[in-house]
Design a protein around this ligand. Sequence first.
Ligand code: HEM
Length: 185
Amino acid sequence: MIRNKLLWETSKQKYGLVSKGLHWLSALAVFTLFGLGYWMVDLDYYSEWYQRAPHWHESAGLLLCIVTLFRLVWRTIATKPEIISSHSALEKKCSAIMTFALYFILLTVFASGYLITSADGKAIAVFDWFNVSAFILIAENQEDLAGAIHYYIAYTLIFMALIHALAALKHHFIDKDNTLKRMIK
Ligand code: HEM
């Protein structure tokens, strides 16, 4: 099999193009979706965005869910860069826990968002490109329950992502190690 070094991520020193692209696309999408969600919940019924904004939020969220599932598959088949040796044992542990937490929280946000939208039993139109069936009906008050989970988990995700970003900046500007560079260059 022909392996493209850049795409396939054979380097032990840095992330490959696909991993980096998926990371920054996801980060941008998460912050944008959070901003859109924060703004749209207060929209007036007569606003032209009252229906369009939730439609975009749900559609982009579902696409990001697909991207994240692909990313999880990708990280199991692409070689991962080695842990940076100058990181302390505590930093290595925190980094592993944060990676797990970020993926877990992302999936929880998607699942709860899906349960809100599918609560009325109607298929979800993703930008009117394709439909995702609503086949999960778990509770009478599914919309309220999933809505509460979605709300708190979304805030938790943003909080964790900010801590994660601060840790990356600390490695870059204070420790002056390769942690952030290998996710950019
Ligand atoms: C919502 C925003 C973000 C999410 C959900 C997120 C998620 C993740 C995840 C899941 C990983 C682990 C990748 C893997 O090994 O599979 C990761 C790695 C990384 N992220 Fe983020 N990230 C976000 C924003 C940021 C920002 C803003 C920065 C920088 C300022 C950043 C810097 C990094 C770095 C440097 C790594 C590699 C860490 C290492 O090699 O140990 N991330 N991110």
